[in-house]
Write a protein that binds this ligand. Structure first.
Ligand code: EPZ
Length: 433
């Protein structure tokens, strides 16, 4: 069997311009949300990433009618969905499959979805999701690797105070409550841009969701949602990834199709590192040709510094002048990728939630692996600044959430290629015999 890898030859500064795709974390929630709609939903600016492909495959399994209108526009009609059991072998591939629980429960009063998969950085519980569903009157059991949620008497509006700020739980409770009877208030809600995007999508289909983007979201249940059309927001983490890359390599790039407000925290931090950043209505110019400065970072829920930018910033800080301190306060163990960076000569100490990055003069290319999509992006950034070749394996993780990342970096002058080679495991087989 052949596996895909990336080969990166470091040393090129980045110049030119790229377009940002639709936001992965909005798309993977809006697509399941179409289950709630009794009619066709036309969704624009859908990113071409494997998480979206996987979700559309699951929706087809349910009986959804899905049409590809053009390169980034799809039409999904769930009015004829016939089953509400999501197949485990598909579900385990992506974390966001759990949004199907809220959507199926909200529309059909029952859902049976395999426990979600996704990135591997510590425990990823769903207790807050379950708390929300039960508050709405559902019975939730987890058995045989499936989550079973039922509400024979329907869902009734309620007040839910989230014990922890959770993007997934905020969205899932919103999905389950838009067709419930009465009002649901979600307190201590997450405020990420993709939460606002999901609320705006639901409202464009006839829902009544207010307060998304604040920590109190009020949902007034409506009888049905009718079809309509909606365009997904640009991906602020994809944009941030390219901003971090040019800050690390040096150069001058224009990043188009973005919403500057969603990037404020990333812009502020990269400016501290020495990037010169100019904001326009829907694009941002990022240059760096002076010193690369050390900084301290603490990841926090939006509008704090996003955890999904933590690996990319650590990679950009390896060659900075001085020692940087990064604190990961959202996930319990999102530093597994650092061992890969050490193989390239990075000097990083990890102690619990804190990573201490001591700036070095030089990185050298090495064979590394992508532990998850953001860690994979960090490997690309490190490879772009290293001497020699870096070979990245397990790149399918990266392609779960980044559309055409090799082509986009190559268009900026990066020496990066995707290639296929025999799977080492298979090569090893004959030797065992
Ligand atoms: C979403 O994950 C994103 N994924 C993640 O992005 C992102 O890192 C995360 O939000 C935080 O911004 C998608 O949107 C598909 P959470 P999610 O619920 O919803 C704890 C990427 O790279 N928690 O906000 O799963 C949890 O353990 C991915 O694009 C509970 O304790 O994250 C974590 O410590 C990686 N109980 C914290 O809350 C729960 O029921 C935040 O998790 C739920 C969460």
């Amino acid at each position: 069997m052949l596996v895909e890898k990336y080969s990166v030859c470091g040393g090129n500064r980045l110049y030119g311009e790229i377009n940002i795709s639709g936001a992965k974390n909005a798309a993977v929630a809006i697509i399941p949300a179409t289950v709630l709609v009794d009619g066709p939903c036309r969704i624009e600016n859908v990113p071409k990433i494997s998480d979206v492909t996987a979700l559309l495959t699951i929706m087809r399994e349910f009986g959804a009618n899905i049409k590809l209108i053009n390169d980034s526009t799809i039409e999904i009609d769930c009015s004829k969905i016939r089953n509400t059991k999501a197949p485990y072998e598909l579900i385990r591939k992506i974390r966001a499959s759990y949004y199907l629980i809220g959507a199926l429960l909200g529309r059909y009063r029952c859902a049976e979805v395999g426990m979600p998969g996704g990135c591997d950085f510590g425990v990823r519980p769903i207790d807050q999701h379950v708390k929300g569903f039960e508050s709405l009157g559902a019975k939730v059991d987890i058995k045989n690797g499936f989550i079973h949620a039922t509400a024979e008497n329907g869902l009734k509006g309620t007040n839910v105070y989230l014990d922890i700020v959770s993007v997934g739980a905020t969205i899932n409770i919103m999905l389950a409550s838009v067709l419930a009877s009465g009002q649901t208030i979600i307190e201590n809600a997450a405020k990420e841009p993709h939460i606002v995007d999901v609320a705006n999508f639901l409202n464009s289909m006839g829902a009544d969701v207010k307060g998304a983007g604040t920590d109190v979201i009020k949902v007034r249940g409506v009888p049905t949602l009718k079809g309509g059309s909606y365009a997904i927001i640009p991906d602020q983490i994809e944009a941030g990834t390219f901003m971090a890359a040019v800050t690390a390599t040096g150069g001058d790039i224009l990043i188009k199709n973005i919403i500057p407000k969603h990037l404020e925290c990333i812009t502020a931090k990269l400016s501290e590192m020495g990037a010169i950043i100019e904001e326009f209505d829907d694009s941002i110019r990022v240059r760096r040709d002076g010193a690369l400065n050390r900084v301290n970072i603490k990841t926090l829920p939006y509008p704090g510094f996003p955890t999904d930018m933590q690996p990319q910033l650590v990679a950009a800080l390896i060659l900075a002048n001085g020692t940087s301190i990064v604190t990961e306060s959202v996930w319990e163990n999102r530093y597994r990728y650092i061992d890969e960076l050490k193989r390239m000569g990075a000097k990083i100490q990890v102690d619990g939630k804190v990573a201490i990055i001591e700036g070095v003069q030089k990185l050298t290319g090495a064979p590394v692996r992508a532990w998850d999509l953001r860690a994979g992006a960090a490997m690309i950034i490190a490879g772009l600044t290293a001497h020699g070749y870096t070979e990245i394996e397990d790149v399918l993780h990266i392609e779960r959430g980044y559309e055409n990342i090799v082509e986009k970096f190559a268009s900026l002058g990066a020496d990066i290629k995707r290639f296929e080679c025999p799977d080492e495991e298979e090569i090893a087989e004959p030797l065992k015999a």
